[in-house]
Design a protein around this ligand. Structure first.
Ligand SMILES: [Zn+2]
Length: 247
């Protein structure tokens, strides 16, 4: 292994393999992310409904106690009415009784409304919770799928990275910097010449450039496709796993 371009071709092959492995995940990471968001929104909704329901139920409990107190009060005023000594006292107690009755009716109506509300909220909460549980289960399944895929790739990815690091270190920095810069635009930043064309963008390469690419003394300084800017690897190179292993 003597030429920089051969090392670069090996690096490009490793990167291609790593990219392919990454592609195996497909839209799975995106799906997990979407599902996570959905689950989080649903959980918030469930918690919000729970909060509202708790307040409504608290109100109902308190209102039931207050209604009982009002009923007791009304009874006690009723008894007092028999014991009054004059009209003035009678009127005063009657006014109290009326006040208690009005208050009772008002609270009773409100309790009725809140009880209906509580029943509705119970139903809504049940539906919301079911939605949440369903989405959560789907998220768990997706995450499991991701983990399984990742662990099946683990060894392969690890080995490729070790080889990549090794090869990367043997390539001159100006070339790797260039390679990385191109990779921001084209994942396959270094491509082989095939039938006198760039195999990245398929445009034909001018004869003069083809000659330059073939020159042995030029194999340490990359030439670029004039159309897409990718680094061109000579057509004669054999680029396969043995190339990676030979470095
Ligand atoms: Zn090109």
């Amino acid at each position: 292994m003597e030429f920089q371009l051969q090392r670069l071709a090996a690096l490009a092959l490793i990167d291609e393999k790593l990219d392919e492995l990454q592609e195996d995940f497909g839209d799975l990471p995106m799906k997990v992310q979407d599902k996570e968001k959905k689950v989080s929104v649903l959980l918030n909704t469930v918690e919000e409904t729970k909060g509202i329901l708790l307040n409504v139920k608290k109100f109902c409990t308190t209102a039931q106690l207050t209604l009982k107190e009002l009923k007791d009060k009304e009874e006690s005023f009723g008894k007092q009415q028999f014991l009054v000594k004059n009209n003035k006292e009678f009127d005063a107690i009657t006014s109290e009784v009326n006040h208690v009755k009005t208050e009772y009716e008002r609270l009773e109506n409100q309790l009725r409304t809140e009880t209906v509300k509580s029943e509705n909220l119970d139903r809504i909460l049940k539906d919301q919770d079911l939605d949440y549980q369903t989405e959560k289960e789907e998220l768990v399944t997706l995450e499991k799928e991701m983990r399984e895929l990742a662990s099946s790739q683990d060894e392969e990815v690890k080995e490729l990275y070790i080889k990549r690091d090794k090869i990367f270190g043997t390539i001159e920095q100006n070339i790797t910097v260039e390679y990385n810069r191109i990779r921001a635009f084209h994942r396959n930043a270094a491509v082989q010449v095939k039938r006198n064309s760039c195999s990245g963008c398929y445009s034909s390469i001018p004869p003069q450039l083809l000659v330059e690419i073939r020159k042995t003394e030029n194999l340490d300084s990359p030439r670029h496709c004039e159309h897409c800017g990718r680094i061109l690897i000579p057509e004669e190179f054999v680029i396969d796993d043995s190339l990676i292993e030979s470095i």
